[in-house]
Design a protein around this ligand. Sequence first.
Ligand code: PGA
Length: 258
Amino acid sequence: MIGTGQRGRNMAIGTQLVAGNWKMNGLRRDGAELAHALKELVAAADGEVGCNILVCPPATLLSEVGAILAGSGIALGGQDCHPESKGAYTGDISAEMLADLGCEYVILGHSERRHGHGETDGVVRGKIAAAWRAGLAAILCVGETQGQRQAGEATEIVSAQLAGSIPDGATAASLVVAYEPVWAIGTGLTATAADVAAMHAAIRSSVPSGTRILYGGSVNSKNCHAILQLSDVDGALVGGASLNATDFWAIAQSYSVA
Ligand code: PGA
């Protein structure tokens, strides 16, 4: 399995994944503090962790955070990559560079990149292929806007994103899907349990068997239990709440094996 096992010590490995997307947050000192705090919480749990834990810091922090987390059982991931392995692409980072820093995952197609950087499904597809070429698992983000949900188009939009973004040859080890309704990201709003369950079931029918399907959008230590216990929800992609070690750990502990 791709996940904590490759980096980690003797953790109980579940198939579920709780992933922290730090976005563009943290100077070196902040990243180091957060990584140390998480490492201590995991160590104190003494192996009783029922899910894979992943952090995706900004690129500037990957090296330092990776060094701190080495051997902790917490996996490292990037937030984006370029489709090409190298070349004249000022400001970009390749999947090979992420792998070289110890990353096992990369978040791709996040709505903040689709909307802020004009990323189309075709671009995302090229990036996922790049991730696989470099041996990374891709966390593909999909989700509808509020207007699309109100128009009754949510399932259709997400299905089109999946069809347009996933290259041939996907496997449960190389692909994770994160359903993140755009209107729920950073807003404090979450989709209803019924809507999450229905969307995850729809996604399940179009990805390889065993593919982990995460929910994302304002997941926090209070609402995580209700969301993570839904069928077809295999973990969470957490933004804001992942910047606080205690909150992020509380979310991961929804999968406590104790
Ligand atoms: P949020 O972000 O938890 O702050 O809503 C989630 C995400 O964008 O991945």
